[in-house]
Design a protein around this ligand. Sequence first.
Ligand code: ITT
Length: 204
Amino acid sequence: MSQRKKLVLATHNPYKEKEMMSLLSHMEFDISGLDQYPGVGDIEETGKTLHENALIKARTVYKLTGNPSLADDTGLEVSALAGAPGVYSARYAGENPSYNDNINKLLEELVNVPKKERSAQFRTVMAFVSSDAEFYSEGIIKGEITFVKKGDDGFGYDPVFQPYLKSMTFAEMSDKEKNKISHRAIAAEKMKEILESYCQKETI
Ligand code: ITT
């Protein structure tokens, strides 16, 4: 490649953006966040699946900025709740809830659910959109919902999600530890492979 290509991360979540920047840092892209594009306001996530919402966000940002865009839509899928909150994870406790509101609702729903039935997974779908291509990747990490919040790092549901075979929640891990194993890391690794081969063929 002769010059670094631009890539805009289609997220308004600064924690997510930081993780994505770090996970994609070794790519031959000039990566920017939406802070560089104040014209991109809230994007309504009207899809019924993570794939649909990721595509809505990436297409909107591509259209508004004219640059290739990468979006991430993530859901927490809890077995005892038949996969909820899933695609509705951001709005689980109502309109514009805080992270604590969502976590408290989740812990209340699971109050009588024993440890062995508290399995859950995070699923991330990433969507890339440019002038001539659309690609997806997906990452899943399995674990369980703890009975109480543990840890101060991370964001969202991190204080109540403990990956299998780990003794800490995501919120008790350093950024580096979470980024080694997370749903987002798995999706980003696959997306990097896709984009590396795409970049060798295309001018985007
Ligand atoms: P954008 O749509 O602007 O990217 P968002 O925070 O709304 O930001 P999602 O719709 O993908 O992003 O997130 C759904 C919910 O899941 C939301 O409450 C997030 O805080 C939470 N979430 C996403 N990734 C997470 C992670 O790695 N750890 C914990 N919670 C996460």
